[in-house]
Ligand binder design. Structure first.
Ligand code: ADE
Ligand code: ZN
Length: 330
């Protein structure tokens, strides 16, 4: 088959997907109305247009957090998650490990349980309706305090059946992994798997990657492309059998390189690292791209079908799902 139908038919996994980053302008507009919130933009078209201001991580985060303000009730989290899983299943995604950021929601008055139960009910219904499996990763916002992260970890303990791992995201500048050393140590002890963002070209990125591997002892790294500039880190990542969840379209979008940079993926394959392809925040970039269009774009940029299969295998092997789910779905 041609590359497009090959990618379309391939069973796919998502390991790096922020559920708040799947909030499409149409739903944002609808939820704002439902919750009596006045958006700065008068219509859906204007919301799309406002995303043109995204040019780096912080400009994205500002728009991303403002957009989340419409998520106020358990039903909003349900609607968001169900709609995403429905779209994902339509393009043959069979399994998703989706991140959520509870701190911003709790800060605006949403109960932690409403966030997790809203998402969780949608996961259950999507499994029933579309056969798609999913699990949650709770991300800490790294510009907030370690104490705040620790409070979230405690809040998550009763939801261990739904939350399989913890991550670290948001603004990386001056917020190194070791700031959260105790939280991640406790999370590990409580049975959570560990990942964290080491976004492309951030300040001190090599040191952050080193800390993630050697101090925090993560199971995966989200992005992490700068590892390729340091042979010692490449060796460490290989020794730890790390999976990198790379997001070629999103990373390109944040850097205003609207062509998809394939070099990180190619470089990781050639360096013997386990790269996987993911979509990150599809509703905010490139007019709602998908994991399928991401894989196709990466494939078009001179990756072979064999490469795409190897990348998918890395997603399967890097996933944190329990064995029964793995056996049934993959
Ligand atoms: N929060 C949501 N998406 C993110 C990303 N790509 N990097 C850092 N923090 C995020
Ligand atoms: Zn991310």
């Amino acid at each position: 088959p041609d590359l497009a139908s090959f990618v379309k038919d391939m069973p796919k996994l998502e390991l790096h997907l922020h559920i708040e980053g799947t909030l499409e302008p149409e739903m944002k507009f609808r939820l704002a109305k439902r919750n009596n919130i006045t958006l700065p933009e008068p219509d859906v078209e204007a919301i799309y247009k406002s995303y043109g201001a995204i040019h780096d991580l912080q400009s994205f985060l500002t728009i991303f957090y403002a957009g989340q303000d419409v998520l106020r009730q358990r039903q909003d989290f349900y609607d968001l998650c169900y709609a995403y899983l429905q779209r994902a299943s339509r393009e043959n995604v069979v399994y998703v490990e989706m991140s959520f950021d509870p701190q911003a929601h709790v800060a605006r008055g949403v109960a932690f349980a409403d966030v997790v139960n809203g998402l969780g009910r949608a996961q259950d219904d999507a499994r029933r309706d579309f056969g798609i499996e999913s699990a949650l990763i709770m991300c800490f916002e790294r510009e907030r305090s370690e104490q705040s992260a620790m409070e979230m970890l405690h809040a998550a303990l009763p939801f261990r059946n739904r939350i399989i791992g913890v991550g670290l995201d948001s603004n990386e500048t001056n917020n190194p992994p070791i700031k959260f050393q105790d939280v991640f140590r406790k999370a590990r002890a409580e049975g959570f798997r560990l990942t964290m963002h080491c976004d492309i070209d951030q300040l001190d990125t090599h040191e952050h990657i080193r800390q993630a591997i050697d101090v925090i002892k993560v199971d995966r790294i989200d992005h992490g492309g700068n590892v390729l500039e340091r042979p010692d880190l490449v060796r460490r990542a290989r020794a730890h059998d790390l999976t990198f969840t790379v997001c070629p379209v999103a990373s390109g979008w944040l850097r205003k390189e609207h062509a998809q940079p394939v070099s990180v993926v190619r470089g990781m394959i050639d360096a013997g690292l386990k790269a996987s392809i993911n979509s990150d925040d599809p509703a905010y970039m490139h007019n709602n791209y998908t994991i399928g269009s991401t894989m196709q774009a990466v494939g078009d940029a001179h990756l072979t079908k064999a490469d795409l299969i190897a990348l998918s295998r890395n997603s399967i092997m890097g996933a944190w799902t329990s064995d029964p789910v793995r056996d049934r779905q993959i």
